[in-house]
Design a protein around this ligand. Sequence first.
Ligand code: GLU
Length: 331
Amino acid sequence: MVQGSANLNTKLTEEWLQNYVDDWVKFFGRYTNEGEVASYIPILQEANKSHLGISIIGNEGMMIQSGNIDVPFTIQSISKVFTFIVACMERGVSYVLSRVDVEPTGEAFNSIMHLEMKKIKKPFNPFVNAGAITVTSLLNGKTSDEKLEPLFRLFEKILGARPRLNKKVYESENETSVRNRAIGYYLVELGYLESELELALDTYFKQCSIEISLSDLARLGVILANDGEDPKTGIEIIPKQVARLAKSLMLTCGMYDASGKFAAYVGIPAKSGVSGGIIAVAPPRIRQENLPFLNGCGIAVYGPALDEQGNSVAGIRLLRHIAKQWDLSIF
Ligand code: GLU
């Protein structure tokens, strides 16, 4: 039988599930040894490599949390999901997709290769840096704060409070930004940017430096799991078409150049970031068995020790295990 699930007659209580998740976090915590914290942005190196935490929030409000759940972290590339959503809401899906494609690259997030080949008509997808910087250039506003205001408002609407910007990380991003500047100059040359390069980059560095807690990240996941609607109030926060598009990109391009493997072995839309965070989204599913979170859930993982592709090494294993045990796959 699936662990942490139950026969039809057994109640899947919070306590029952909590015990399993506690065991799994303890077990998979050992794999943090196998990764390294990101060092190309010096301040990220200050993270504690042995940390591993998870927060799972169901569409009906059940919440399971375990491990290092009180360590705030910057969302980094996870922000790309939400700036893409905001750009689609501001400029319309078809316009945004006329500027950035929806194809996986199979390359590192900060690869310049495709831009240099000049065969492509636009950046491959909004989750590689070239695409993400292009997306920030599409956001309305004359300053980076103005451009990011709708993103902060979206977060505030979902979380009930405005997340803070981690100034130290923002400054560190800016100081170590040569690769992103190189990408930016290619984008200027190819004519993709709609605002000044400095403005697009500054917006990008700021969005990556937004600090969040595990439970808040899981809450963002719940809204996506529920196709953009707040399950508590029934209010549409993100248009369904946009939420679905974002999820399809998470599934195909969300886990750097390990996106194919994650889709194959875990089977749920997810997006990771170099600080070690992962947002994963399990939509409602139909199964014969009574399984945990059948109505869908948002999952957030934090584990700053990264594998070679830049994903949380223990976090991936933990998610893979939970998805298997609870049959969370969308397939
Ligand atoms: N700060 C990041 C960058 O170098 C985002 C990296 C990531 O999380 O993938 O562009």
